[in-house]
Design a protein around this ligand. Structure first.
Ligand SMILES: [Fe+2]
Length: 145
């Protein structure tokens, strides 16, 4: 049984973004599995993957918000930046030998759930409204199906 099972309360209505969020949930489940097996090397690899993937995902979201003219994109980016800093701190603590995985897992789950259900859903509503039938929807569909 996975640590965190995806459910539709986390859907924001933009398929490509939902798929990226699901991948982040997968990373968190992989992190949990590595913690259970006490495999420190595996933990490091997953942490690095999670950090890189999250960064790329945030850049993608920020571009979508910017292109659609979402008025709160700057504030949303600041929230992303603070979260990336927080993950970086955890990675450093892990590298210095501290056992941070349990704390990180619960923090990630709480943070992501809140962020997706409030901040992301807010821009998604706006993006869908502003871009219906427009180039961004067509482009997203063309590239990501
Ligand atoms: Fe976001």
């Amino acid at each position: 049984m996975a640590y965190w099972v995806w459910d539709e309360s986390l859907d924001i209505g933009i398929d490509v973004i939902d798929t990226q969020h699901k991948r982040i949930v997968d990373y968190i489940n992989e992190l949990h599995a590595a913690k259970q097996s006490k495999d420190s090397e595996r933990l490091s690899t997953i942490l690095a993957g999670l950090r890189d993937y999250t960064r790329t995902h945030f850049v993608f979201e920020e571009e979508v918000m910017k292109q659609s003219g979402y008025p709160l994109s700057e504030a949303h980016k600041k929230v992303h930046d603070a979260f990336v800093d927080q993950i970086d701190r955890y990675v450093k603590q892990h590298e210095s030998g501290q056992d941070i995985t349990g704390k990180l897992l619960s923090e990630l789950q709480i943070w992501l759930t809140n962020h997706i259900q409030k901040d992301d859903r807010d821009y998604a509503t706006c993006v869908v409204k502003m871009t219906q039938g427009s180039w961004i929807q067509r482009t997203l569909r063309r590239f990501f199906g």
